[in-house]
Ligand binder design. Structure first.
Ligand code: UDP
Length: 327
């Protein structure tokens, strides 16, 4: 297959590129290198396995050019990370709304099967014991920029599925639950690379809020093959599918685990949300996926547990620090 990965220089995108190449596919990456990094796919580009187009999904001409002649599109490009969304809410909205619309329009215009990466954020404050794909969304005020990501991604799903249905183009969207792994950066807010970098430097591990909020972390090595399988599965077309891990942990528990596995002497310090993200920030207390649909559709079973994940991230960050790459 000839494939396009938008956001292919990002954390998840770069793992997807490696996986697709391993399966013998041709890969073009469209990335503006904003939160992604050319270093993530430098080896693949140098080896001639990936063609990197540096450009924005906000440019319909570039998007159309990249989509034309492809057999599959994986749309991952987005403004991501709680910190990014809070720092530049308007630009993030534009990228996540108009950028996705450009990709969807190009895919349906050229009749190319496509998938769109959505997010568990769409469930908002629904803290049910296992969120299923038809669970209700509970979002805070639209005036709080935190919710703009969830709002945009929810609309992305609608645009994708509506246009796909109108045109008969195969489409699947997936809702990613706190996907983590090597090459993720903590610069845009993501908790696990931040904790590991802090632990390795023996600096305080910064737990926001009271640390009792809970998350289920999913390994990128589990999620990426599932993304590809879903686009090959007609029963998945027209569906939004949860992808992530099964093991729930509090953020304080995560800090303890990171400290233990890295052998760090860091103290664990509680930081009020106001200090971390400014006044009026709302966090999700709990976010746990029900993964039954992914299991039914493609036999999805996460294989990596949190200890494996923390170890692989620790090795990656230690290596990046050795060669003085940003973490
Ligand atoms: N968090 C934290 N310390 C940090 C960064 C994040 O305690 O340095 C918390 C954050 O408030 C949230 C959880 O870790 O409760 C997961 O944050 P992340 O931004 O990785 O993902 P989210 O689930 O919020 O999208």
């Amino acid at each position: 297959m000839k494939t396009l990965v938008t956001g292919g220089a990002g954390f998840i995108g770069s793992h997807l590129c490696e996986f697709l190449i391993g399966q013998g596919h041709e890969v073009t990456v469209l990335d503006d290198l904003s939160t992604g990094s050319a270093a993530n796919i430098a080896g693949l580009v140098e080896a001639g396995a990936v063609r990197l187009v540096q450009g924005s999904i906000l440019d319909p001409a570039v998007v159309g050019e990249c989509v034309r002649g492809k057999d599959a599109v994986f749309h991952l490009a987005a403004a991501v990370g709680v910190q990014t969304i809070i720092d530049s809410p308007l630009h993030s909205l534009r990228v996540n709304l108009h950028g996705t619309e450009n990709v969807v329009e190009a895919a349906v215009a050229h009749g190319v099967p496509f998938s769109v990466a959505s997010t568990s954020e769409v469930y908002g404050k629904n803290d049910a014991d296992g969120l299923t794909e038809d669970s209700d969304r509970i979002l805070g005020s639209p005036l709080l920029s935190r919710w703009s990501y969830a709002a945009a991604k929810g609309l992305d799903e609608l645009v994708a599925h509506t246009r796909a249905a109108e045109t008969g183009t195969p489409c699947v969207t997936y809702r990613l639950f706190n996907v983590v792994g090597p090459r993720q950066t903590g610069r845009y807010g993501m908790v696990l690379p931040r904790f590991v970098a802090q632990a390795l430097a023996d600096e305080p591990i910064t737990v926001y809020g009271d640390g009792t909020q809970r998350r289920c972390f999913g390994a990128v090595q589990d999620v990426v093959p599932a993304m590809v399988k879903l686009l090959h599965t007609p029963a998945a077309y027209g569906r939004a599918v949860n992808l992530g891990g099964r093991q729930e942990i509090t953020i304080s528990g995560l800090a303890e685990l990171v400290k233990e596995l890295t052998g760090s002497t860091s103290e664990i310090s509680l930081v009020p949300y106001d200090l971390a993200y400014g006044a009026g920030f709302e966090d999700m207390r709990r976010r746990m996926p029900d993964l039954s649909l992914a299991r039914e559709l493609i036999g999805y079973t996460p294989r990596y547990d949190l200890t494996d994940i923390v170890r692989s991230i620790t090795d990656d960050i230690a290596q990046r620090q050795r060669v003085r790459q940003p973490v």
